[in-house]
Write a protein that binds this ligand. Structure first.
Ligand SMILES: Nc1nc2c(ncn2[C@@H]2O[C@H](COP(=O)(O)OP(=O)(O)OP(=O)(O)O)[C@@H](O)[C@H]2O)c(=O)[nH]1
Ligand SMILES: [Mg+2]
Length: 303
């Protein structure tokens, strides 16, 4: 896989966003912490979603519970807002009766800017947002509970209907597949690789895949903020998740000579998480990481 070590690594001043207090959102007794109704919670096949815009590519944040999908949405939203993009929740994604989703949309900006990471990730649990520049939507980003993509306790579970609906919709997809430095037991990682294999067989040829190595701060691979030993990072993922890149091998007899894999790879850090008696405080990580990811996404969005 060709990797340019210097790509996206130019230094930029890091300016912290002002931290705003979050207004308490109303919690409805009939919805779970994930914003699902009791019926949806007990049977995920009952989860209903609507993708109204069937043109704009969808970036799917795909990964197991706790790998950092919600924090990535938060980090990318903060970064893109600073760069002059608008990141806006898509209100039609969930049924109008879902008051939790409406509250998430209403409180989105406050949640994004909260330094109370734990609260934010509990509240942003299942959302479709769009990234807009000069009035034009560039992409949609889907953030959903990890257990419906891969549940380590139930690794053979089929994708629920709504995931299959997203897979089948006409929009081009940028599959952003999360990996992380350490799950101590290798079995779930192997099962996750199997799940990715299954996902790959459902992807269209126009879809793109990028592996995101989140929590890179927990590895010894960081040279300086945003600057990572890339070949070692790739090797480390391949060691932790044997054969994870195999389904993405380039089969074209000509192009495979200079492009071994049909996927991309990026290291990432959403931020620093400090435990205190008041809970977890979130301080966003270096801008170099969201900059690198956004550049890769843009390239994949454009084809
Ligand atoms: N060290 C480190 N920890 C991280 C990073 N990103 C996320 N975390 C930790 O991982 C936890 C889970 O992150 P989330 O974004 O909520 O994970 P998720 O993938 O949305 O999880 P589910 O919603 O359960 O599927 C956070 O509360 C942090 O403790 C990172 O870049 N570095
Ligand atoms: Mg989440």
């Amino acid at each position: 896989m060709p990797i340019d070590l210097n790509e996206g690594l130019e230094q930029e001043p890091i300016i912290d966003n002002p931290i705003e207090e979050v207004n308490e959102l109303e919690t409805e007794t009939e919805v779970s912490a994930q914003g699902l109704s009791v019926e949806e919670q007990s049977d995920p096949n009952k989860i209903t979603v609507t993708v109204a815009d069937q043109q704009t590519p969808i970036i799917v944040l795909f990964g197991p519970p706790s790998c950092g999908k919600t924090m990535t949405l938060i980090r990318m939203t903060r970064y893109l807002s600073k760069q002059g993009y608008q990141v806006v929740p898509i209100r039609t994604f969930r049924p109008a009766s879902d008051s939790h989703y409406k509250a998430m949309c209403d409180g989105f900006d406050e949640m994004i800017n909260s330094n109370d990471a734990a609260t934010s990730t509990n509240r942003i649990s299942f959302m479709l947002v769009e990234v807009i520049r000069n009035g034009r939507p560039l992409c949609q980003i889907l953030e959903a509970p990890g257990e419906y993509y891969f549940d380590p306790a139930n690794p053979n579970r089929q994708f629920p209907v709504y995931v299959n609906k997203i897979i089948a919709c006409n929009n081009r997809k940028i599959w952003t597949i999360f990996v992380e430095p350490d799950w101590s037991d290798p079995a779930p990682r192997q099962n996750y690789v199997t799940k990715i294999n299954r996902l790959k067989s459902k992807m269209r040829t126009s879809d793109k895949t990028i592996f995101i190595y989140n929590k890179i701060d927990l590895t010894p691979l960081v040279i300086s903020p945003g600057h990572v030993y890339m070949n070692e990072a790739l090797k480390s993922v391949n060691n932790l998740y044997p054969n994870i890149f195999t389904p993405f091998k380039n089969q074209n007899p000509i192009t495979k000579i200079f492009k071994k894999y049909n996927c991309d790879f990026v290291p990432f850090q959403t931020g620093e998480f400090n435990e205190s008696t008041d809970g977890t405080t979130y301080v966003e990580g270096p801008d170099e990481y969201p900059k690198m990811l956004w550049n890769k996404w843009l390239k994949l969005i454009q084809g």
